[in-house]
Design a protein around this ligand. Structure first.
Ligand code: NZQ
Ligand code: ZN
Length: 380
């Protein structure tokens, strides 16, 4: 294993009715700003639960953090927070509301434009932040990452802020999610695991088994969610599975990839395609193009996850790639760029952007502009 430091300070508060604990989780003297998305929480009763739990407390509300949160919206929220002297942020929503709020938390303590923080990749100081999660996918409720878009230039980049001090995970909040959001959430969870697992074998048995445990769970629960989205036990596993997939736990001491995500962010920035939907397409290209580099792990994954143990190595890998694609299709997601009407113009732009910034992703740091093109071409 490589050296690492693991320090995840987020307090997870899990289960039915736990939103009622908010009053105890946020110190009494705090001036709170609560942030929301477009209104789903008004329709599913989460807003009412939050208001009840914070009765008598000092708070203001900011509405309108959109999916793929933009710096344009964050600037408005920072202005409101400054005006009210907010010193505690409560994000109520999915990954987008949480990510947007992570930048508000940094922006409140920074004199310049919040976009500078995104470009720098790291926030120096942040206002404390708690979350009430309503959409499971990103792991943002228990990690320090945040992904912010800039609408005027169609850019989307990640930066690192602080971990939420607490996150409330009530699986019942997920009952109102549209099916497509759940499909994208399962896809995101699955690919988060692959980004940290599908590299080179033999680095850590422990990390491999944890990662494989999450993959198995996602595959098992997906059809059960389609049968009954109000099954508390199943939705609990979905909710916790998504959190564990990206809370630093399965990457201790091992190399990581993340090329699929970085290419996916470009597809969202250029076409507005939902994050999990970009991954369901790009991962197939990544695994195909980097097949040699990932050979050992592909064989292990094929055998342990999909039970593919006989035939030549080439046959086993072919069947493994096919099983993976079939899984994403079973979620109702596209697995080819052409199905989303995306083609050469976008491929050329992504290649240009990767080359211009000189980035190299992947566990071998070899996914540059040319490799991104090959990956995208393999997704056509
Ligand atoms: O805005 P509202 O009205 O709340 O509606 C949202 C939104 O339209 C709706 N929704 C959320 N909870 C709901 C609900 N609808 C009904 N019932 C509920 N309980 O779902 C829509 C999508 O929400 P969003 O927050 O955008 O989804 P998600 O959690 O997938 O977040 C996606 C964003 O997170 C970033 C993505 O790039 C994308 O910008 N990511 C963040 C990461 C991180 N911070 O670590 C890692 C990920 O790889 C990812 O990049
Ligand atoms: Zn993701």
């Amino acid at each position: 294993m490589n050296n690492f430091i693991y320090h995840n300070p987020t307090k997870l508060v899990f289960g039915k009715g736990q939103i009622a604990r908010l009053g105890k989780l946020i110190p009494a003297d705090k001036k709170i700003m609560i942030t929301f998305g477009g209104g789903s929480v008004r329709r599913n009763g989460v807003y009412d639960q939050v208001v009840k739990a914070l009765e008598g407390r000092d708070w203001v509300e900011f509405w309108g953090i959109e999916p793929n949160p933009s710096v344009e919206t964050v600037r408005e929220a920072v202005a409101l927070g400054r005006e009210n002297g907010s010193d505690f942020l409560l994000a109520v929503g999915g990954g987008s509301v949480i990510d947007g709020t992570k930048l508000i938390a940094a922006g409140l303590l920074y004199d310049g434009d919040p976009w500078d923080i995104v470009l720098k990749g790291q926030a120096d100081k942040t206002v404390p932040l708690g979350t009430v999660l309503t959409m499971s996918a990103t792991g943002s409720e228990m990690n320090s990452g945040s992904v912010i878009s800039r609408q005027e230039t169609k850019e989307k980049y990640a930066f690192y802020g602080d971990y939420p001090v607490f996150s409330i995970l009530d699986p019942e909040t997920l009952y109102s999610l549209p099916q497509r959001q759940i499909a994208c959430g399962l896809s995101d969870t699955f690919v988060h695991v692959l980004e940290q697992y599908m590299t080179t074998p033999g680095q850590s048995r422990l990390m491999d088994r944890w990662a494989e445990g999450i993959l198995h769970t996602v595959i098992e629960i997906a059809p059960k969610i389609w049968e009954n989205q109000h099954d508390y036990a199943v939705m609990s596993e979905y909710m916790l599975g998504a959190t564990l997939a990206l809370n630093d736990m399965i990457r201790m001491g091992v190399t990581q990839d993340w090329a699929t995500h970085m290419i996916g962010h470009e597809l969202t920035a250029l076409h507005g395609l939902t994050h999990g939907a970009t991954l369901a397409i790009v991962i197939n290209g990544t695994l195909r193009v980097l097949r040699e580099q990932k050979r050992g792990k592909l064989l292990q994954y094929g055998e342990r996850i999909w039970g593919i143990a006989d035939g030549s190595e080439e046959e086993r890998i072919d069947r493994t790639l096919e099983a993976t694609k079939k899984f994403f299709r079973s979620l109702g997601l596209s697995t080819r760029l052409s199905e989303e009407g995306i083609g050469e113009t976008t491929i050329a732009e992504i290649e240009r952007r990767f080359n211009a910034s000189g980035v190299k992703y992947g566990e071998a740091q070899n996914v540059d502009g040319a490799a991104a093109r090959r990956i995208l071409e393999a997704c056509m």
